[in-house]
Design a protein around this ligand. Sequence first.
Ligand code: HSE
Length: 438
Amino acid sequence: MKPVKIGLLGLGTVGGGTVNVLERNGAEISRRAGRALKVVQASARDLTKSRICSTEGIALTERSEDVVSNPDIDIVVELIGGTDKALELVLSAIANGKHVVTANKALIALHGNEIFAAAQERGVMVAFEAAVAGGIPIIKAIREGLAGNRIEWLAGIINGTGNFILTEMRDKGRDFADVLAEAQKLGYAEADPTFDVEGIDAAHKLTILGSIAFGKPLRFDKVYVEGISKITSEDIDYAEELGYRIKHLGIARRANGGVELRVHPTFIPERRLLANVDGVMNAVLVQGDAAGPTLYYGAGAGADATASAVVADLVDVVRTLAADPEARVPHLAFQPDAISEVPVLAMEDVETAYYLRMAAADRPGVLAEVAHILGERGISIEAVVQKAPEAGMDHVPLILLTHRVREGEMNEAINRIEALEGIQGAVTRIRVEHLDAN
Ligand code: HSE
C-alpha cells in the first residue's frame, strides 16, 4: 500500500522531534498503522535555521499555505503554535479535506468548538493528544480507556515549566528567573513564558480535559486562572513544615450546580503521589466512579515526548482512514449531539480548604481576633503555627490551615483580617486540596 503523506507546519522543537521519531521508529510505526508514514513537505518561518532533525527528502517551504493546499498531502500536522494563523491554516486544511493533527492547546481551547464542527461537516479527523501533558496519552485514557466511567474530578500538574520552577525553588533554593531561563533554553517554555508562569498554558489544557471529562463545549473564558509568580520560598518552606507540597494544579470537578474549572497553586499532602511529581514531569489524577483513582505520569514537554503523542495521533488517523466517519471516536469523547452546556461555577462558589499566612503584631489578642473572624463565618481552623519574632521585629508570621469553606466566605474573612490593626499588609492565601476520593 502507498505511504500516507504528511505535511508539517513548523519544524521547531516538536516538528523536529516528530521527524526524528518517524525516522527512528518508522518500521515499528508502519507495522502498527498498517501503512508507512512519510513526511513529504514541511514549512518553517526561516529555512536557514539549524534543525534538530534531518530534512532530507522533505520539500521545504516558507509558505505554510503551500502545505495545506498540497493535493498530495493526506494529513497536516500543525506545530506552529499561536491562534490566528494556526486557525486559518487548520480550517483551510479541513476545507481541503485533510485530516489534522495538532499540538496546539491554545488553538483547541479557544477555537476547538468551531474546528470540530468544521471537521465533522467535512468528514475529517482532528487529533490533539499532544496538546495536553506532552507524552502522556491522557486524552486517549479519558476519552477511551475511562469511557465506562462517570468522571467525578481530575487534578493535574499540566505545565512542565511551572513544575520545573517550583521543584528547583524547593530543592535547590534557586531563583525564579534563573530557573525559568533554563526551562526556556531546554525548549520547555512557551514562546511567551508568561503563559507558563501565569497559568494560561495550564488553563488551555484544563479547558480540554474538562470538556472530554464532562462532555461539555470548550469554554476557556470560564476557567479561573492563577499562576505561580507570587509563590515565595517562605510559603514553600511552610508547606514542607506542615507536611504539604505546593503544586500548580489544574482542577476540574463536578459540583452542586455545575462544574469547577480552576488553575492555581495548591497545597497537597506530601504523601500523595502527585506531590512527588517533580521537574518537567506532568501527571494527571482522574477520579472515575468505576475505576476509582487512576494516575497518568510522564514528560509534559520536550521534543521526543511531545512527538510521541503527535505520532500516536498520526497512527490513529491512518488506522481509521478507511472507516466510516460516524464510527470514529468523537473529538470531545461524547457524540457531538450529546455535548451539553454545563455551568462553570464562579470562583466565589467553589469550596476548598486554605493556607493563610499573615504578619501579626506580637501581642496578646491578635490570634483571637483572627480566629473570631473565621469562626463568625463558620470557617474551622485545622492548624495554627506562630513563629518566634526575629530580632528587632514587632510582627511575626502567623500561619493557619482551614477546613473547606466557600471561597466567597473566605474572601470576606480575608478582607476583615487585613483590616485588623494587629495585622500588617496583605494575607497570603493558597488553596489546599487533599485529593481524596470524595
Ligand atoms: N510550555 C509547556 C509546558 C509545553 O511547560 O508544559 C508543553 O505544553
